[in-house]
Design a protein around this ligand. Structure first.
Ligand code: PXL
Length: 274
């Protein structure tokens, strides 16, 4: 599915200036890994929506739609389309438009819908439905545990065994060509479990640090995408992403304001020199 030449990736996420999420994470990660991220900012925000007050916002849906038309007229090709946080059905439609325009691109959907067992505020039933529909067109989905349970219509467990984590991935694998589910609490570990259709599920685990930050899903997802596009296997890509995220959390001082995310910038060079 993947080869190792540098790749052009259409990144459909919001651009939140401060707070280390979405394009502010995805862009440097993919670039340092040697790829070309093309940014399609679905909205401009001063910060993410995770506890920093009411961000200043600028809607950009019409601009995004025109940008897609422009890229098509330029006959730009994308190796991958990678979508993240989408705040409205109109933003989901932009991703669907991109999927229609570049059917050969690898489609990666991070169904950003919630965390800690709760859906984010503002997720209307219509938006949830649209995000499910989007996932059904993806080659790879990257939900956290809350989102995976929502996609599977299952209650969220507070703890799992390794076997249950693998079984959860296997159920996602019946619904999607490939999936990696993040943040599974398994004893003193946080586990990620992945699956590709027709293969056995795999797990990667790290000792739980017990601190959570916004944007770590974007950090995990973008490293995963970058490594896959280098030609790495899904399990190796998940391992690299889990390592980096765990180390970035460990490198972030406990006393730092967690709303501003993990201090991953000094570590970026590690993704280039491998
Ligand atoms: O990291 C996910 C994300 C991205 N963008 C915005 C968000 C969030 C999570 O809350 O609010 C604006």
């Amino acid at each position: 599915m993947f080869t190792d030449a540098p790749k052009r990736i259409l990144c459909i996420h919001d651009l939140s200036g401060a707070g280390r999420s979405s394009l502010a994470v995805v862009t440097p990660v993919l670039a340092v890994m040697g790829h070309q991220p093309v940014m399609l900012p679905t909205a401009l925000l001063s910060t993410h929506t995770g506890g920093l007050g009411d961000p200043a916002r600028l809607a950009t849906e019409d601009w995004c739609s025109a940008a897609l038309d422009h890229y098509q007229s330029l006959e730009l090709e994308f190796d991958c389309i990678y979508s993240g946080y989408l705040a409205s059905e109109a933003q989901v439609s932009l991703v669907e438009k991109a999927f229609d325009l570049w059917p050969r691109a690898i489609k990666v959907v991070d169904p950003v819908m919630g965390d800690g067992g709760k859906l984010y505020r503002g997720l209307t039933p219509g938006l949830c439905q649209a995000l499910r529909r989007l996932c059904s067109r993806a080659d790879l989905v990257v939900p956290n545990l809350t989102e995976a349970c929502f996609l599977l219509d299952e209650p969220m467990p507070s703890q799992l065994t390794r076997e249950q984590a693998q079984a959860l991935a296997a159920r996602l694998g019946e619904q999607y060509p490939a999936a990696v589910v993040t943040g599974l609490p398994v004893g003193r570990f946080l586990m990620n479990a992945g699956v590709q259709k027709g293969r056995s599920p795999f797990t990667v685990q790290r000792v739980k640090i017990g601190r959570s930050y916004p944007g770590t899903g974007d950090l995990f997802g973008s490293i995963l995408v970058g490594a896959l596009l280098e030609g790495q296997a899904l399990s190796a890509a998940a391992d690299l992403a889990a390592d980096f995220v765990a180390d970035a959390i460990a490198a972030t001082p406990e006393e730092a304001d967690s709303r501003f995310g993990v201090q991953f910038e000094p570590m970026l060079g590690r993704l280039a020199k491998r």
